[in-house]
Design a protein around this ligand. Structure first.
Ligand code: PLP
Length: 364
């Protein structure tokens, strides 16, 4: 059997072995067609069905009604969504509002400033992103186009646990690093988007899930290829889609169903994260969590150690023990363990044991 590392990469992230093996088994001859999926026309019946099935599965797992939402498969990663969102939905005489909770939220905001009027509704930047601002009584000035939230902050390791009520203002969520990881009522959202490369499969496709009634309000002043409406009208087949990435997502979604759906994974993810947070919290300061307890993410667990030399030694030793991807993002340093859906409980147990042993060896 292939030796698999304990993969805590932040993204592209771990995929379930079963999914990889199934993709391998169908790679050369797709469903007995005599050709690979990589060689098939995206206009063929098989690919159209794959697209449709994948869209339906995603809505089913997110508990969103197919009559109210369209699922779009797009390119350019979540970063392209940062720009496409205001291009489509930030009209002249409106203001787009952003809650800044980390560097991806900040990037999304910055893109909006190139397109029109954008405002910061709340920010935890001055506290080094260590918590999620309380938004109970959030006031949006001007004529709000939408409010944008980054529901899980991949680099910093925080997440929203409640969604602000903003009345009739459309809500938009970047769910790149928490989609399908926890049960959330997503019906208040007019749009959700996510790059695939964490809980949805490999990189190469980006999903945008948009309310049908909001889609109609998209700008007609931008090129067709930039319009969400174009992708909806053509079932994401306006241009050549990344068919194999969509197939991998299809396999991932079926795997999620087999695990018992989002509720079962949420429970598992909370247990996995607790194993590691417990080591941090019980280490008498050897490991220091970065995020306020109430806002900690179960997907991205971040911590620091006494000094950079010790952090370096930790990373080096972890690699030697078969742990992959524990270095924090290059912009912030420190350590980060990303426990996405496909990371098994055993990997988190092994990491918790490794962290405990490392602390025992290095406590002076
Ligand atoms: N938003 C979040 C929350 C992310 O974690 C990432 C990437 O990790 C992005 C946006 C950017 O995604 P992409 O690399 O697909 O453009």
């Amino acid at each position: 059997m292939t030796k698999r590392l304990y993969n805590f990469n932040p993204g592209p992230a771990a995929l379930p072995l079963e999914v990889l093996e199934e993709a391998q088994a169908t790679f050369v001859d797709f469903q007995g067609n005599g050709i690979s999926l990589l060689e098939m026309s995206h206009r063929s019946r098989g690919v159209e069905e794959l697209n449709h099935e994948t869209q339906q599965l995603l809505l089913q797992l997110l508990n969103l009604p197919t009559s109210e939402y369209d699922v779009l498969f797009m390119g350019g990663g979540a970063s392209a969504q940062f720009a496409l969102l205001p291009m489509n939905f930030l009209h002249a005489n409106q203001t787009a509002h952003y809650v800044l909770t980390g560097s991806f939220a900040e990037k999304a905001y910055k893109e909006a400033t190139y397109i029109g009027q954008a405002a910061i509704a709340a920010s935890s930047r001055s506290q080094n992103w260590s918590h999620i601002p309380i938004l109970d009584e959030i006031q949006l000035s001007g004529n709000p186009a939408y409010l944008h939230l980054t529901l899980n902050n991949t680099i910093e390791g925080s997440r929203f646990n409640s969604i602000p009520n903003v009345g009739s203002t459309p809500l938009v969520a970047d769910m790149t690093s928490d989609i399908l990881s926890r049960k959330l009522d997503l019906q208040p959202f007019s749009m959700i988007y996510a790059g695939a490369q964490k809980n949805l499969g490999p990189a190469g496709v980006t999903v945008a899930i948009i309310r049908k009634d909001w889609l109609l309000q998209g700008s007609k002043l931008i090129p067709e290829i930039m319009r969400y409406e174009t992708f909806a009208k053509h079932q994401s087949l306006f241009n050549t889609p990344p068919v194999h990435a969509i197939y991998m997502m299809n396999l991932m979604l079926k795997w999620v169903l087999q695990q018992g759906g989002v509720a079962a994974l949420e429970q598992q993810n909370a247990g996995k994260a607790k194993l590691i947070y417990d080591v941090i919290d019980n280490s008498s300061g050897f490991y220091t969590g970065i995020i306020a307890h109430k806002d900690r993410s179960d997907m991205n667990i971040t911590w620091r150690m006494a000094n950079e030399a010790l952090e370096k030694a930790f990373i080096q030793e972890s690699l030697a023990h078969g742990f992959e991807g524990l270095a924090g993002h290059r912009s912030v340093g420190g350590l980060r363990a990303s426990g996405y859906n496909a990371v098994p409980v055993e990997a988190c147990q092994a990491l918790a044991e490794f962290m405990t042993a490392f602390a025992e060896q290095h406590v002076s």
